[in-house]
Ligand binder design. Structure first.
Ligand code: ADP
Length: 389
């Protein structure tokens, strides 16, 4: 089955066209600057070079038309479309076929993720209207976390506030964490019962997974919670918002921008949100970069222990996403701060670069540590195949 996976943002639209059975990626790309001057499509076919096609993309409808036009060059029919949805709210315990009802849910929960859900809902509607003969599936990033225990998702706020505004932990990166569990389980079978999946990219979250079920995760109502990230502050005292507003005179919108776009590794390092630049700075003695790394290791190790505690133990740790898959230094830094739990990496195995899932801990490590490249698009395509198949 051939599936087109779409990941729409407010001014961008990423796509990947793949075969679920062979995992072959026919083509992928991204439409950038939709609705803004200078829009273009970056497109790659069969692992070939990236082409930059400068085209006017005044809206998402035009962008989708372009994507379908470009994909005509691929000699394979589109059998189904999978839509990544950032926030499924209290509605999606799993992926679902697009209907008027499910599309309405994506819009209803959009205030929880306004920068994503509105655009995603528009794109889903456009695809359904333009290509009525192709099945569309909604794959919410929160669905994997839907079944976590109430003591993990409930916020200790007044019940009527929680109920009226649906204020609770939803988590994110669920599709990635689900893929990591699936891959680890395929490789290790019953040797893994309690896994902490560490998705460390510009956005970063950990997830405690026991026998395939999410027990807790570090992101909360929104992806701002938990770890320190590229530009997000992660967990801080919630009163900071009130204090900055009352005493600092910052508006709520300014604080929102500050905490999401101007904080995290970028703020602490004063150099960059990109971990490679920070590692480079730290190597030449930049103390702010060294502190950014130290805080990243510290918080990741601390939250790892929190996730382990939610399962009363852990046997496997998996690193994934941009930093987790590529930075041996970050992995070592986190592992060093978990030596007290019996985590020991094999320095040589940790240094290997590969696209394959692999073990990087020593045989006597109390917790088996792995690097597992994530593949959210494939996971989405699998859901499409299951629901349409
Ligand atoms: P997202 O999908 O959330 O935008 P990614 O998973 O692509 O994020 O991760 C981006 C992060 O991964 C950046 O901080 C970047 O520095 C880091 N990264 C990517 N490639 C490498 C690499 N080869 N070595 C070290 N870090 C890397």
């Amino acid at each position: 089955m051939n599936v087109l996976v779409i990941n729409a943002g407010s001014s961008s639209l990423k796509y990947q066209f793949l075969n679920v059975d062979t995992r072959e990626v026919y083509a992928k790309g991204n439409c950038e600057r939709i609705g803004i001057d200078g829009s273009f499509v970056g497109h790659e076919e069969n692992g070939g070079p990236k082409q930059k096609l400068e085209v006017a993309l005044p809206d998402h409808r035009t962008a989708i038309k372009h994507v379908f036009e470009i994909l005509k060059a691929v000699d394979a029919p589109i059998d189904g479309i999978g839509h990544r949805v950032v926030q499924g709210g209290w509605y999606f315990p799993e992926s679902a076929l697009v209907t008027d009802e499910t599309l309405g849910w994506v819009r209803e929960v959009a205030p929880l993720a306004p920068l994503h859900n509105y655009a995603e809902a528009d794109v889903i509607e456009i695809c359904r209207d333009m290509f009525a003969q192709i099945g569309n599936v909604i794959v919410p990033d929160t669905a994997f976390h839907y079944h976590m225990p109430e003591h993990a998702w409930r916020y200790a706020l007044p019940r009527d506030v929680v109920d009226t505004y649906h204020v609770r932990k939803y988590g994110a990166h669920g599709t990635s964490h689900r893929f990591i569990w699936r891959t680890v389980h395929e490789l290790r079978g019953d040797k893994t019962h309690r896994l902490v999946s560490c998705h460390l990219g510009s956005g970063a979250s950990l997830c405690a997974i026991e026998d395939g079920k999410c027990m807790d995760t570090t992101m909360g109502l929104t992806p701002l919670d938990g770890l320190i990230m590229g530009t997000r502050c992660g967990t801080i005292d919630p009163s900071t918002v009130v204090y900055l507003n009352r005493v600092g005179g910052y508006s709520i919108d300014q604080i929102d921008t500050m905490m999401n776009k101007e904080s995290g590794l970028l703020a602490v390092s004063g150099r960059s949100s990109d971990s490679r630049d920070i590692e480079e700075g730290a190597h030449v003695g930049d103390e702010h970069c060294q502190m950014a790394l130290e805080m990243f290791y510290y918080r990741t190790a601390q939250l790892f222990a929190e996730m382990a505690s939610s399962m009363q133990g852990v046997d496997t740790m998996a690193f994934t996403a941009g930093i987790g898959e590529n930075s041996a230094e970050m992995r070592q830094g986190v592992a060093d701060r978990l030596a007290w739990m019996g985590v020991h990496l094999d320095a040589q195995k940790n240094a290997v670069r590969s696209d394959e899932p692999r073990v990087i801990s020593t045989p006597d490590s109390a917790i088996t540590c792995m690097v597992v490249p994530t593949n959210e698009e494939y996971m989405i395509a699998l859901d499409v195949a299951e629901l349409l198949g």
